[in-house]
Design a protein around this ligand. Structure first.
Ligand SMILES: [Zn+2]
Ligand SMILES: [Zn+2]
Length: 350
């Protein structure tokens, strides 16, 4: 099926209209019309080949909310008209140890990501959500709670699960002290989710002009990370710290804020290695770890949790024709806090 989309043809050319071909849905597939797609920093890294290995043309987008048009004969969970989501994953082997534990993001035979992954159906690569429709195996389609704003829900599919999964994995609960480092697309979701889990949330930021916003989003305290005496007041006090910063920064300044056995989890990907002073881990038996999105079961749990707590992302809606300008603004950190493409703009204009 011929499908309108926006693609990059090289690392240095702007995204532009591209007609791709979606497969006809098989008996286990769901065909959905895409309503909204969030713009993740990974989209920019992939389009610009900053992580290497991008195949062009590249159609990014893995924060997808849409309406089911059609389902295959064997599909039980969905029917035409349902509002659904698709995140970063569209396939995995289903049989390895990670898949059996519902951790498809760590599939030992290779997770199939929503874009720029080998596509066994087409023989090419997968094409993501900057398009008018997508065909996805039902196991990788998620139910969207009926009470949530659909545009604000799109970023939950990547930014939401990326922050929810480590908070849950490390047992964040009522009354614990939790730090969120960085207040961008990921950080602002971390604040909302940790707060809804009942934590005392402290935001660390380098910028004075984010203080007010952090408090509005639900933070109990905000610390300017360059203020050494403000940092020192929090020594040895955190159960958990979620670090969302995707640039080189001093991780040791945060490790020393953890309590004994506390955990600092990194979800931002810095382009160069971070230096860890291991004495900060040894004294206090502290842990330094990482986390990658979440499996399908946990992503559904996150969406349901957001439905119960009325949590969506703070967004700026754009037509697809403004995507290149949005990338430039995203790189500068000039967005509160996620761009979401209104895919109706693709159907109307190009
Ligand atoms: Zn993403
Ligand atoms: Zn697997």
């Amino acid at each position: 099926m011929k499908t309108k989309s926006y693609a990059a043809n090289s690392a240095t050319t702007p995204l532009s209209p591209f007609n791709l071909v979606r497969r006809a849905p098989d008996e286990h597939d769901v065909h959905l019309e895409i309503l909204f797609c969030g713009v993740c920093h990974s989209d920019v890294h992939t389009v610009r080949n900053e992580w290497h290995g991008t195949t062009y043309p590249c159609v990014p987008g893995h924060e997808i909310v849409g309406r089911v048009i059609k389902v295959g004969a064997e599909v039980q969970k969905f029917t035409a008209g349902d509002i659904v989501g698709v995140g970063c994953l569209v396939g995995s082997c289903h049989t390895c140890e990670s898949c059996e534990e519902h951790l498809e993001q760590f599939c030992e035979n290779g997770s199939i990501f929503t874009y720029n992954s080998p596509d066994k159906h087409s023989g090419g690569v997968t094409y993501g959500g900057y398009s008018e429709s997508i065909v996805v195996n039902e196991d990788f389609v998620l139910r969207v709670p009926g009470n949530l704003d659909l545009a604000g829900t799109a970023p939950l599919l990547c930014a939401g699960i990326t922050t929810y999964s480590p908070l849950r994995h490390h047992g964040v609960t009522q009354g614990q002290k939790v730090g969120i480092v960085g207040l961008g697309g990921l950080g602002h979701m971390g604040v909302k989710l940790a707060k809804a889990m009942g934590a005392h949330v402290v935001v660390f930021t380098t910028s004075q002009n984010k203080v007010e916003d952090a408090l509005r989003l639900g933070a109990d305290e905000v610390v300017l990370s360059k203020d050494e005496s403000a940092m020192n007041k929090h020594l040895n006090s955190f159960h958990f710290i979620l670090d969302t910063v995707g640039a080189k920064h001093d991780i040791n300044a945060y490790l020393v804020l953890l309590k004994r056995d506390g955990n600092l989890t990194q979800v931002g990907v810095a382009p160069e290695p971070l230096e860890v002073d291991v004495s900060n881990l040894i004294f206090g038996r502290r842990n330094f770890s990482g986390s990658l999105i979440g499996g399908l079961k946990e992503t559904q749990e996150m969406l349901d949790f957001c439905g119960q707590n009325n949590i969506t992302s703070d967004i700026e809606i754009i037509p697809i024709q403004q995507i290149n300008e949005a990338y430039d603004r995203l790189v500068k950190g000039d967005v509160k806090y996620r761009f979401v493409i209104d895919m109706a703009s693709l159907r109307v204009n190009s």
